[in-house]
Design a protein. Sequence first.
Length: 194
Amino acid sequence: MAALIDELLPEADVSMRHARAVTAPPARVWGAIRTADFGASGVIGLLFAIRSIPALLTGGLAARPRAGRRSTHAPLTLARMIERGFGLVGERPGEEIVLGVVGRFWKASGELRPADRELFRLGPPAGEALVAWNFRVTPRAAGTTLLTTETRIRCADAQVRRTFRRYWLVVHPGSALIRRSILAAVAREAHDLP
């Protein structure tokens, strides 16, 4: 069966994929995706804080309080990521979950909004880029699991693609570090031994 991200965003202008073998059964890894504190690493907290500074200064999405929003010291779980602006685009329970966000990532305000399945059907709005970010759990031999995360970006047109790729050159190393750190946090939560 094709991955859900393949169905939602089969063609990407930019993509990044990371994987980690986890010495825990798939069900435990799946549960850990929802309960792990993605921000437990000081590196992740710092990189997310740096990324949110422009939005905080300009009143963008990350700065807006939402009903029921937890303290800024709350764990950065999958649910909190959704609360803070990622859309839950699709899920195959126990296998894969896809988040989405759309906007002008290269601008100080970002103008970021949660993306939904309909937006993935229509494609990115003019002047914007659409991002799909998944977590996928694949059973392996002897009760182990392959945990992967992939980020795919689709740009509205050639001008957006050029602008996004310049932005990506700057943020890619930090973004890759965040994803590797998140996989490590999920593995720890699933009781993986390094």
